[in-house]
Design a protein around this ligand. Structure first.
Ligand SMILES: [Zn+2]
Length: 287
């Protein structure tokens, strides 16, 4: 399982604060109007104030409406994976470097930001700008958009018992985190953060989170296809990685096992971002 915290810049936060204040003011106004109706009978025919909230289905259109946004096939050797911290660092560094080579040129061509993804290997409690809590060596892997960094705890239970032969599964975890990096560079994160803030309740907030996570899965699928094209792994090995994404029930914040596999497979089949519009599909497709 992977995790991350969506970023929001200070300036953006200020705007969001104003927006929330505006929403609150509108809610108070609506309450005043309602109580006025009940109390005096005046204004009973007045229309209630309405708010138009941003539509979730437009989130990330800048990423999914561009047919040319496909990671490039780039041959890049990966070192042997192992659970020792140094081995993990070597492997993840090489994998991120490879993903930078796949994605940054196409992002640049599409006029998006193309900063490389950074890596922080977590061996002891580490501050992360996306959270007030520190990241510990046994936490899940996570991506922080503030500093565009993958935080990689070396003792995460998710990797317990993995051996060198499991490197393809670990590679896909890196690809998922890089999917979040693509979301960050294309401003999907900022938009999804807005959606989260405006969510009416926890269920709505979780739905936003799943749309975001499953899009990262889809983008990881596109990366997997490019890696297959480069001969990093065979078609049947790629299929095994995709099938392995369904680990059962999943979580309400990241998505069910079948949805995790389905969106990764969509991205892999297409090899690009156009099929990764998890924001405009019905809620039951991002369960
Ligand atoms: Zn994630």
């Amino acid at each position: 399982m992977t995790d991350h915290v969506p970023p929001v810049s200070t300036g953006r936060r200020r705007v969001l604060t104003y927006l929330l204040v505006a929403l609150l003011a509108a809610a108070v106004l609506a309450a005043v109007v309602r109580s006025g109706r009940g109390g005096s009978g005046e204004g009973a025919d007045d229309p209630a104030p309405t708010m138009s909230l941003p539509e979730a289905d437009t989130v990330g259109d800048q990423l999914t409406d561009k047919p040319g946004l496909r990671p490039l096939v780039r041959v890049c050797p990966l070192p042997r994976f192992g659970l020792r911290a140094a081995a993990q660092e070597r492997f993840v560094t090489a994998a991120l470097d490879c993903l930078d080579k796949m994605w940054r040129p196409v992002l640049e061509d599409a006029l998006f930001d193309d900063e490389p993804a950074h890596l922080k290997i977590v061996t002891r409690d580490t501050d992360v700008p996306c959270s007030e809590k520190t990241v510990t060596a046994t936490d899940a892997v996570q991506y922080c958009g503030y500093d565009r960094t993958v935080y990689w705890p070396v003792s995460t239970p998710d990797f317990e018992g993995l051996g060198p032969g499991d490197w393809r599964w670990v590679l896909f975890v890196v690809m998922h985190e890089y999917g979040h990096h693509v979301q960050e560079l294309t401003a999907v994160f900022v938009e999804s953060h807005d959606e989260r803030l405006l969510a009416a309740d926890e269920d709505a907030e979780n739905l936003v989170g799943r749309r975001e996570e499953l899009q990262a899965q889809c983008l990881a699928g596109a990366s997997l296809r490019a890696a297959q094209g480069a001969g990093v792994l065979s078609r049947s090995q790629a299929r095994a990685v995709l099938d392995g994404q369904d680990t059962g029930e999943g979580t309400v914040t990241h998505g069910s096992g079948p949805a995790y596999r389905r969106w990764a497979t969509e991205g892999w089949r297409a090899g690009g971002t156009t099929v990764c519009d998890t924001w405009s599909v019905p809620a039951d497709e991002v369960s």
